[in-house]
Design a binder for this molecule. Structure first.
Ligand code: NAD
Ligand SMILES: O=C(O)C(=O)C[C@@H](O)[C@H](O)[C@H](O)COP(=O)(O)O
Ligand code: ZN
Length: 360
């Protein structure tokens, strides 16, 4: 278990382990005490189906919570990035209103990063803020999106452009859920794991270069959560250090958007990391050989590392990134594997920089 200390809210615990879904009613009672708030369970149809039907591989959370005395209402939306929109949030507001969810109640986000980001944003904004609990069910959500309080949705102009910092009250990562993940979705999570190694922990990166996590998976998840915890505790609001968690994301988000989300977040991040490392190598910011190591490691874990989208188009999307200030965009670069730095470039220089022209 990790405890994360944040300025905007109480410290909260992140539990990682098998069987936590079954323990959730008891864990919630640890937060709520004798109180039995209404629980608004938000999930997607694919996660919901895992607990549905006669041969359900996953416990029926709603039934278990109701048996523990919690009134539960459930909102299920279609899985996938295409649902992470204001339109879905509006539907969630309708659901919260219809079920009289008040400020003393609790939103429960059960699913991957899409569910967590969307339900977290609804929690941040409904009645100007209600508490929420993250129950991440993908590797990506366990190692990254459930931790640190970034919530939000996509709009036609770009990824995560509308959102709020809103910390959960508790995070429960039931690692048993990972056994149901399709290989591609597991690989998406590995992209963020590789990112942590690249920006903060060379020994983690080397471990990943050796192959699949195997029976070290739980240890790796805990290590990533701890790395993110340290960064978020130092810079909760993304004003400086936290921006390193965006390594690979400026171009990753651009690629996701350009593909109309047929490229997943993890795939975009993998391509974005390789692209950025190659560009930085060419201008001498990153030691030679780094980009190849990143690309090889991503490929080993089933992730792409190249894109055919024109650089100019991607640079135009990239200028919509949240790390832009005026006509400068802060890029996340690698001083070496295991150490990231921030590197502002002018808008006009960006295409050249990405080709490796800048600084030569
Ligand atoms: N807030 C943050 O800090 C943060 C960090 C990283 C990523 N993100 C966001 O997270 C999103 C990506 O998250 P994701 O990769 O989890 O995608 P996702 O939520 O779309 O989940 C991927 C797929 O896996 C399914 N799924 C979920 N759990 C499952 C399980 N246990 N077994 C089988 N299938 C399961 C989902 O239904 C979905 O079809 C993106 O929107 C990204 O922007 C946010
Ligand atoms: O928590 C963070 O900070 C991150 O940057 C983690 C990223 O993996 C994540 O994809 C995040 O949502 C991207 O943030 P954004 O501010 O660029 O939307
Ligand atoms: Zn990410």
């Amino acid at each position: 278990m990790k405890t994360i200390h944040v300025a905007a809210g109480r410290p909260y615990d992140i539990r990682i382990g098998g069987g936590l879904l079954r323990e959730l009613p008891a864990l919630l009672t640890g937060i709520c005490g004798e109180r039995r708030p209404r629980l608004a369970l938000i999930t997607d149809d694919r996660v919901n189906a895992l607990a549905d039907g006669a041969r359900r591989p996953v416990p029926d959370l709603q039934a278990a919570l109701e048996a523990a005395g919690y009134p539960v209402c459930k909102f299920v939306f279609p899985n996938g990035e295409a649902s992470k929109t204001l339109d879905t949030v509006q539907k969630v507001y309708g659901f919260l209103s219809a079920n009289s969810i008040t400020r003393t109640d609790l939103i429960l986000a059960v699913g991957g990063g899409v569910v967590g980001d969307l339900a977290g944003f609804a929690a941040a904004t409904w009645l100007r803020g209600v508490s929420f609990v993250q129950v991440p069910t993908t590797l990506l959500a366990m190692v990254d999106s459930s931790v640190g309080g970034k919530t939000g949705v996509d709009i036609p102009e770009g990824k995560n452009l509308v959102g709020a910092f809103w910390q959960p009250s508790f995070v429960a990562c039931d690692t048993d859920m990972l056994s149901f993940l399709p290989a591609e979705t597991f690989a998406d999570g590995m992209a963020e794991v590789i990112k942590y190694g690249a920006i903060l922990d060379e020994s983690l990166f080397s471990l990943l270069e050796a192959g699949a996590p195997g029976d070290r998976l739980r240890e790796i998840i805990a290590r990533c959560v701890d790395l993110k915890r340290q960064v978020v505790e130092e810079d909760e609001r993304d004003r400086g250090l936290r921006q390193i968690l965006n390594f690979g994301h400026t171009f990753g988000h651009a690629i996701e958007k350009e593909s109309a989300f047929s490229v997943t977040h993890g795939q975009g991040v993998a391509i974005g990391m390789a692209l950025m490392a190659r560009a930085c190598e060419r201008v001498g910011l990153t030691p030679a050989g780094t980009a190849d190591r990143i690309a090889r490691c991503c490929a080993l874990h089933g992730l792409p590392t190249r894109t055919d989208y024109p650089l100019e188009t991607l640079c135009a999307h990239a200028m919509g990134d949240k790390k832009r200030a005026g006509d400068r965009l802060t890029l996340v670069t690698l001083e070496r594997l295991g150490k990231a730095t921030l590197h502002p470039v002018g808008a006009a220089e960006l295409p050249d920089f990405m080709k490796g022209g800048a600084g030569r």
